[in-house]
Write a protein that binds this ligand. Structure first.
Ligand code: PAF
Length: 282
């Protein structure tokens, strides 16, 4: 397993693999890898001959008051995890390698980014689409792997690939949870002991929503109100949003009459966590 810092080194390696007829999977990450990322690497290792993991905290997708500086980083730990799960190459560029002086081209998207996290994080998806496009151009993978925890991100990337005729397959992988239900996230490391306990309110509210759907509830406002009132019962929690949207357009819907995504974002102390479920999976 190799770690490289430059675009030229990635290109050289991928060119060599492709000349041997090998397929390449890409797992884009911001590092501080956990079992959620491991499941993406496993999936890529299963589907492709070679797997590239990008490990880059992308400054462009953080707003001015967000956690860019404090975002956890540990390349040594990441390298062990990638190797253990069959990854072949880590691409760990400096920001200056990805964004040279005078950088001024962006990939932006309307509609899908105007709900959910796009509302609370106005520059986020422009940063994600731009860096993911760059990674696709650099690695030229046959397939790329993204977690369903960032459900809106997955929908945005699928849409971008379709809109811009990018020649690769996007694979969405299931949410990986801690044994008590908390969805795995690099940001879970920000939580102190009391906050870690309080954070369980996210997965509890997801289960409540799933139960209501299972029992046949179709009225989105009833499901949302029940989930909100459960989350509000936790004093350390502050709701950013609890919404039910059309899977394809990410626009809010009043009734469960089509495939839908129920997505939540909740602050536990200063840490913003997300979770979700797809009604089709219930
Ligand atoms: O999901 C993430 O970790 C990031 O948004 C991604 C896709 C690696 C782009 O920086």
């Amino acid at each position: 397993m190799k770690i490289v810092k430059t675009i030229a080194e990635v290109r050289q390696q991928v060119k060599e693999w492709k000349s041997q007829g090998l397929t390449v999977g890409l797992v884009p990450t911001m590092g501080y890898l956990h079992e959620g990322h491991a499941s993406l690497i496993d999936a890529s290792h299963r589907d492709n001959d070679r797997t590239v993991v990008s490990d880059f905290v992308n400054p462009m997708q953080f707003g001015p008051t967000e956690d860019l500086e404090s975002y956890p980083r540990d390349l040594e730990h990441d390298a062990k995890l990638v190797e253990a799960h069959g990854g072949d190459l880590i691409f760990n560029p400096e920001p200056s390698e990805m964004y040279h002086e005078g950088f001024s081209s962006f990939v932006d998207m309307t509609v899908l980014t105007q709900e959910l996290c796009g509302l609370s994080r106005p520059v986020h998806f422009r940063g994600v689409c731009t860096v993911v496009s760059k990674l696709f151009n650099i690695v030229q993978p046959d397939r790329a792997y993204f977690g369903k925890k960032d459900a809106q991100q997955l929908a945005v990337i699928r849409h971008m690939v379709d809109d811009l005729n990018m020649d690769l397959e996007i694979i969405g992988c299931p949410i990986v949870r801690e044994s008590d239900g908390l969805a795995k996230s690099s940001r879970n490391t920000y939580l102190n002991e009391a906050e870690r306990k309080a954070a369980l309110i996210l997965s509890k509210s997801i289960r409540l929503g799933q139960d209501m759907v299972k029992k046949g509830e179709k009225d989105c406002s009833k499901i949302i109100e029940a989930m909100k009132s459960l989350i509000t019962s936790e004093p350390l929690a502050r709701i950013d949003y609890v919404k039910i949207v059309d899977c394809a357009t990410m626009q809010q819907i009043p009734a469960l009459d089509r495939p839908a995504l129920c997505a939540i974002a909740v602050f536990i102390g200063k840490t913003r966590l997300i979770d979700n479920f797809f009604t089709e999976d219930v």
